[in-house]
Design a protein around this ligand. Structure first.
Ligand code: COA
Ligand code: AMP
Length: 629
């Protein structure tokens, strides 16, 4: 089979195609039909099936006699520990945790928030939830108590599972006080919290509410896998939108299983038993799909890496992990490779390791710049594959289908649409753009299995955010083009979402926080280009009339405020005070124009600009913080 044949066979009969792929999943009741059209552009996949995610990710491998295969390798340079968990061990650990959750009243459909660092217990918590049909929502550890509280109020969890702490190279992150603070701030209160006490820090447990991870499981009857309907949500993952409120992306159970399983061979080219490593965090979609679910569903060994690309202890860490654990396919964000390149430009540290086990490097999460790809190709002497996807889709929209046919790599392109994705480049009025021309990237509905059916508690927002602009299409929020060979190029976001070190962040949220500072009358946050992180946010604040405190004090407070309200992950370190913001005559702030100034790009101010002289003031302000750099 070649890529073109597979893509055509999907396009000719999408339902038959996905029913065929569904045969790789162990169903309690097999689907009789693939697609359920709920009307008004709402769709569900395999809704009449019954299935359990945890069974497919864990138990079925044990039942097939592979219980002694390693399921999870925890490699933690920040704690100096490594350990292996077999599928049989994982099954018993997850069944016990699930049983203990159930004994405390967690049932099918209940939500459970997970707030944990990169420890295997995070995956066990996710799997324990899906085992009993509870819906987990993992929150990234770099978010603040405030952001955790927002998520608690939105998904109203019955329980929170957290670790006592996380370990960043520069500090211990005290998770438990963040959990306590979030619960205090939130209107909704969970019934109980399960705290995984780490050796590095033992947290104080609140009597009557908090239970210890181990003690709570003692004597609990292990839980069996509960079959759920194919359209039952496996999880909710919050992601940044243009406003301050995060979007709760729902992942429906059956489509998730079918789609992820498909990708492991066809895109990542691994067979069951192979070691697969995604160096990301369980708090992001890459971590959900490729640290936890996909490798386990497919019977691979996954690596939970608790460290950074550099500094833990050096820029050779990735290569050490790959060679030591025999990694066959490796996935990370371009920013991580840039960090390694910066520390070890000639790849000297690579010489210490035998990377013959590695087939390829996969990059996603942000635009993979040609320099980074060329560098990685050169030092690794392996194929480097960019692929493009979003939290909403759960796996690649466009990729190089290496397990089917390795297509020629065009640097700068994530290659071609995967089956399920009919991509078009549209003009603002919804008409298709000719080959090679830039436009909004839209996907013809229905989206394939595994993609979001809607947003948690926010169907209107789902429609407005994704379906309203181009009727009959899903709007990706990315702009790009398709070339004469059908290769896709992703050029920019069409909204105010920025991408900092592979993390998707909302400038709208940062603006909301800055506007909360008592001395700030008006503000704008934009993403400026950054050599390491891709983009970093810069805040411009106009002060309330009459405020005459030193600007440096106010900007320092603004930086601290964003860190406190959103979290260190926002990487908000640059703010400047300006008199005025550039706007159109109708009052719209010209953020893109300001970003061009910060990036040192030549540009033509929009014809609708109210007062072009303000751009000079902005350029002066940027100089004070070293931009353009
Ligand atoms: N818990 C608590 N804090 C966290 C955290 C976590 N899980 N992850 C990051 N942070 C903190 C960091 O300590 C840092 O805090 P600081 O401002 O006190 O230094 C801040 O959040 C920003 O972190 P980060 O963006 O990771 O920057 P960095 O300078 O520490 O590291 C890189 C830069 C490039 C090495 C790092 O961003 C990286 O490894 N990126 C990979 C990206 C990735 O995996 N993306 C997922 C999508 S594939
Ligand atoms: P997230 O939902 O956090 O995974 O972020 C998704 C967004 O990251 C996409 O909409 C793109 O803007 C960007 N992105 C992800 N992968 C790529 C890629 N390979 N090339 C360009 N942009 C990407």
């Amino acid at each position: 089979m070649r890529y073109a044949d597979i893509y055509r066979s999907w396009k000719d009969d999408p339902e038959a195609y996905w029913l065929k792929q569904a045969e790789a999943i162990d169903w309690d009741e097999a689907p009789t039909k693939a697609l359920f059209d709920r009307g008004n552009h709402m769709y569900e996949w395999f809704a009449d099936a019954k299935v359990n995610t945890c069974y497919n990710a864990v138990d079925r491998h044990v039942a097939a006699g592979r219980g002694e295969q390693v399921a999870i390798i925890h490699d933690s340079p920040v704690t100096g520990t490594k350990h292996h968990i077999t599928y049989a061990e994982l099954q018993s650990r997850v069944a016990n945790l699930a049983g203990a959750l159930r004994a405390k009243g967690v049932e099918k459909g209940d939500r459970v928030i997970i707030y944990m660092p990169m420890v295997p217990e995070a995956l066990e918590a996710m799997l324990a939830c899906t085992r009993i049909g509870a819906i987990h929502s993992v929150v990234f550890g770099g978010f603040s108590a405030n952001e955790l509280a927002v998520r608690i109020d939105d998904c109203t969890p019955k329980a929170i599972i957290a670790a006592s702490c996380g370990i960043e190279p520069s500090r211990v992150v005290h998770y438990k006080p963040l959990v306590d603070g979030a619960i205090e701030q939130a209107t909704h209160k969970p019934d109980f919290c399960v705290i995984f006490q780490r050796d590095q820090e033992v947290a104080n447990l609140i009597e009557g509410r908090d239970v210890d991870w181990h003690a709570f499981q003692y004597g609990a009857e292990p839980a069996d896998c509960l079959p759920v309907e194919g359209n039952h949500p496996a999880y909710i993952l919050y992601t940044s939108g243009t406003t301050g409120a995060p979007k709760g992306v729902i992942r429906a159970t059956a489509g998730h299983l079918v789609a992820l399983n498909w990708t492991m061979k066809n895109i990542y080219n691994v067979d069951p038993g192979d070691v697969f490593w995604a160096a990301s965090d369980v708090g992001w979609v890459v971590g959900h799909s490729y640290i936890c679910y996909a490798p386990l569903i497919h019977g691979n060994t996954t690596i939970v890496f608790e460290g950074k690309p550099v500094g833990t202890p050096d820029a050779g860490t990735f290569w050490r992990v790959i060679s030591e654990h025999n990694v066959r396919s490796f996935f990370t964000a371009p920013t991580a490779i840039r960090a390694v390149k910066r520390e070890d430009p000639n790849g000297e540290l690579l010489k210490n390791y035998d990377l013959s086990c590695l087939n390829a490097l996969y990059l996603a999460g942000e635009r993979a710049d040609p320099d980074t790809i060329h560098w990685a190709q050169k030092v690794l002497d392996k194929p480097v594959y960019d692929h493009w996807w979003q939290t909403e889709t759960g796996c690649a929209i466009a990729a190089n289908p290496v397990g089917v046919e390795a297509l020629a790599v065009k640097v700068g392109s994530p290659t071609v649409p995967m089956p399920g994705y009919d991509i078009e480049i549209l003009a603002e009025d919804g008409t298709p753009k000719p080959v090679g021309e830039l436009g909004a990237i839209a996907i013809k509905l229905p989206l394939p299995p595994g993609t979001l059916p809607t947003l948690w508690n926010a169907e209107d927002r789902f429609r407005k955010s994704y379906l309203a602009t181009f009727p009959g299409y899903y709007e990706t929020g990315d702009a790009g083009l398709i070339d004469e060979d059908g290769y896709l190029y992703i050029m920019a976001r069409t909204d105010d979402v920025i991408n900092v070190a592979g993390h998707r962040l909302s400038t709208g949220l940062m603006e909301e926080v800055l506007a909360g500072h008592p001395d700030v009358a008006e503000c704008a946050v934009l993403g400026a280009k950054d050599q390491l992180k891709g983009q970093v946010p810069i805040g411009f604040v106009c002060l309330t009339k009459g405020v005459d405190r030193p600007a440096a004090d106010i900007t320092r407070e603004c930086v601290a405020l964003v860190r406190d309200k959103i979290g260190p992950v926002a990487a908000f370190k640059l703010a400047v005070v300006v008199d005025r913001l550039p706007k159109t005559r109708s009052g719209k702030i010209l953020r893109r124009t300001m970003a061009s100034l910060a990036d040192g790009e030549t540009f033509k101010p929009p014809a609708t600009i109210d007062d072009p002289a303000i751009l000079d003031e902005i350029a002066e302000a940027l100089k004070t913080i070293g931009y353009p750099n």
